[in-house]
Design a protein around this ligand. Structure first.
Ligand SMILES: *[C@@H]1O[C@H](CO)[C@@H](O)[C@H](O)[C@H]1NC(C)=O
Ligand SMILES: *[C@@H]1O[C@H](CO)[C@@H](O)[C@H](O)[C@H]1NC(C)=O
Ligand SMILES: *[C@@H]1O[C@H](CO)[C@@H](O)[C@H](O)[C@H]1NC(C)=O
Ligand SMILES: *[C@@H]1O[C@H](CO)[C@@H](O)[C@H](O)[C@H]1NC(C)=O
Ligand SMILES: *[C@@H]1O[C@H](CO)[C@@H](O)[C@H](O)[C@H]1NC(C)=O
Length: 283
């Protein structure tokens, strides 16, 4: 189970958060640090979770016959865990998720932006809808897992600082509180898993796609001017879905690489592999 949950979790949370950083997100060294912090929390959750969920996972495996039914049941278990955390193990609540600081330093042909967000709270990560789950046996102990998720309404707030240019000409700067809502954020993921018996499971490949329907936002003190600030805020709302379409191909390879690396770290744990083997009826 932990194998599955970790995949779901890493994919949804990391990608979500990378995108929560605004339409103006980023291919920057700082992201790596940021992903590190998130995934370290994830590791702890998964490691601790193996024991605590052991019995719940056994029940799922024994109750549900098909792999898709098991996956769905595991995802529901995991959803509960996002809200509750595991206090006995000092594992934090991940919905709402609190992040002290996110730095970004975007250097793209369409925008150069530098800044940070602090004291960030992200709400409703656990309220995802599972649109699609499909498990395909590719033979030779290789498997394909397709998961599509929709996050109907993610709320983010905190304080921000930004300075830079959009296009070649527009200065943009500001410093103050902000809130931003992501409406209908969709993630599509495809993961190729390979078992090497007796106790190795590896992610060979992961592909992640992102689609954002709508953004609502308010960055206070943008351009240090109320009226111009309002105009810029409106422009950000209107451009965000398309900006993500444009920037995602740039960010995608590094996000996928990071997530694959972290999932493979988690999967080095034999306990995880044994549970995954039972989950997928591998002997
Ligand atoms: C995450 O964990 C790794 C390995 O334990 C450690 O080297 C790294 O410093 C940690 N990163 C953060 C941001 O805590
Ligand atoms: C694997 O998981 C078990 C159970 O949570 C834990 O005790 C063990 O330290 C983990 N091993 C590694 C290498 O992470
Ligand atoms: C974010 O919103 C919550 C209420 O939902 C509020 O308590 C908190 O102070 C806000 N954070 C910032 C940095 O404004
Ligand atoms: C913003 O960046 C420009 C250069 O891009 C620099 O001249 C200016 O001092 C910066 N402003 C702040 C407040 O950091
Ligand atoms: C979700 O799955 C469908 C195939 O059923 C795919 O066409 C779509 O692009 C996927 N991704 C997203 C983000 O919706």
């Amino acid at each position: 189970m932990s194998g599955k949950c970790s995949i779901l979790f890493c994919v949804s949370l990391s990608v979500l958060i990378v995108n929560s950083q605004l339409a103006v997100e980023i291919r920057a060294p700082k992201i790596t640090e940021f992903l590190n912090r998130i995934t370290n929390t994830t590791f702890d959750l998964i490691r601790g979770g193996v024991n605590i969920f052991g019995r719940a996972v056994e029940r799922v495996i024994n109750t549900f016959g098909t792999i898709e039914d098991r996956l769905r049941a595991l995802i529901e278990l995991f959803r509960k865990q996002l809200i509750k955390g595991i206090p006995e193990l000092n594992i934090p609540i991940l919905d709402p998720l609190h992040i002290n600081k996110i730095e970004f330093d975007l250097n793209h042909e369409s925008a150069k932006l530098k800044g940070n967000a602090e004291d960030v709270t992200i709400k409703h990560i656990s309220k995802f809808i599972l649109d699609k789950e499909k498990f395909t046996d590719l033979g030779n102990l290789r498997f394909k897992l397709d998961l599509n998720l929709t996050f109907p309404y993610i709320k983010v707030n905190g304080t921000y600082k930004i300075n830079g240019t959009v296009g070649q000409t527009f200065r943009i700067y500001g410093d103050g509180p902000f809130w931003i809502n992501f409406i209908n954020l969709k993630l599509g993921t495809t993961t190729i898993l390979k078992f090497n018996l007796p106790a190795r499971l590896r992610v060979e490949k992961i592909a992640i796609d992102v689609k954002l329907k709508k953004v609502e936002n308010n960055f206070e003190n943008l351009m240090n001017d109320k009226e111009i600030g309002e105009l810029f805020n409106k422009a950000i709302s209107e451009m965000a879905p398309e900006a993500i379409d444009i920037l995602w191909p740039e960010i995608k390879p590094s996000v996928e690489r990071q997530i694959k690396k972290y999932m493979n770290n988690i999967l080095e744990n034999a306990t995880v592999v044994n549970l995954a083997k039972r989950l997928f009826n591998i002997t």
